[in-house]
Design a protein around this ligand. Structure first.
Ligand SMILES: [Zn+2]
Length: 235
């Protein structure tokens, strides 16, 4: 099997792979992914803070109702005419009054805690919103940089693609198809030379004797480990 054409093609294709890798490994891509992650986390935090805020408001309404009722009760007690009460009634009224006053104090404390809670959740939310906004702005910058990088590589990419198109005409269609399939799977290089008489030129796995015999007869074998096509070095 004459592999000269496909090997020439692969050599040119390497330029395209390098461009693809440069785009893939752009530091702006990594930064963008990191920012997206920060944003996702902040968005989840915001939802949680919002739910907590809602719960505080609901609690506030409940405590307020309770406070108003208790206050009303206290007013009623204070409005009672004590002059005609028996000693026993007077004592009972006094006990109720103390209890009500005590309850009011508890409710006041609850208001205070609630107020602290609302303040803290509010300032958390302000921080979260600013994290989201900040991430969005930076993600925009990254996206622009990535696009610029890609745009900068377009002329080189187009030049290689044009040359590949020409080279393709010299390659046997069946070989081209197999090559393309591997390449699309993310395998590169597709063809590698046998090394030191029995090893895959890519993953260094030793090839079985049967395969090596076929290789000697001019066939191309497939590495059992990395699935690349292995060809015998030219003598
Ligand atoms: Zn291999």
């Amino acid at each position: 099997m004459n592999l000269d054409s496909i090997l020439k093609y692969q050599k040119m294709d390497k330029g395209l792979v390098d461009i693809e890798n440069r785009i893939k490994k752009s530091p702006y891509k990594a930064k963008e992914a990191e920012l997206q992650n920060t944003k996702r986390k902040a968005t989840a935090d915001y939802r949680d803070q919002e739910a907590r805020g809602q719960k505080f408001l609901k609690d506030f309404e409940n405590i307020k109702k309770n406070f108003e009722m208790t206050e009303k009760k206290l007013k009623e007690i204070l409005a009672k005419d004590v002059s005609n009460m028996t000693m026993e009634e007077l004592e009972r009224t006094q006990a109720v009054k103390e209890k009500v006053e005590h309850n009011l104090k508890i409710l006041q404390k609850m208001f205070k805690d609630l107020d602290d809670g609302i303040s803290s959740v509010t300032s958390e939310r302000i921080k979260t919103v600013s994290i989201v906004n900040d991430s969005n702005a930076k993600i925009g910058v990254c996206k622009k940089k990535i696009e610029e990088e890609e745009q900068g590589l377009v002329p080189e990419k187009e030049r290689i693609e044009k040359e590949l198109k020409e080279l393709e005409k010299t390659v046997e269609p069946a070989i081209m198809e197999k090559y393309r399939k591997k390449r699309q799977e993310g395998t590169f290089p597709v063809y590698v030379e046998l090394e030191m008489g029995s090893f895959c030129g890519h993953c260094r796995m030793e090839q079985p004797k049967v395969a090596l015999a076929r290789l000697k007869e001019g066939e191309v074998i497939t590495c059992e480990h990395c699935k690349r096509y292995i060809y015998a070095p030219k003598k």
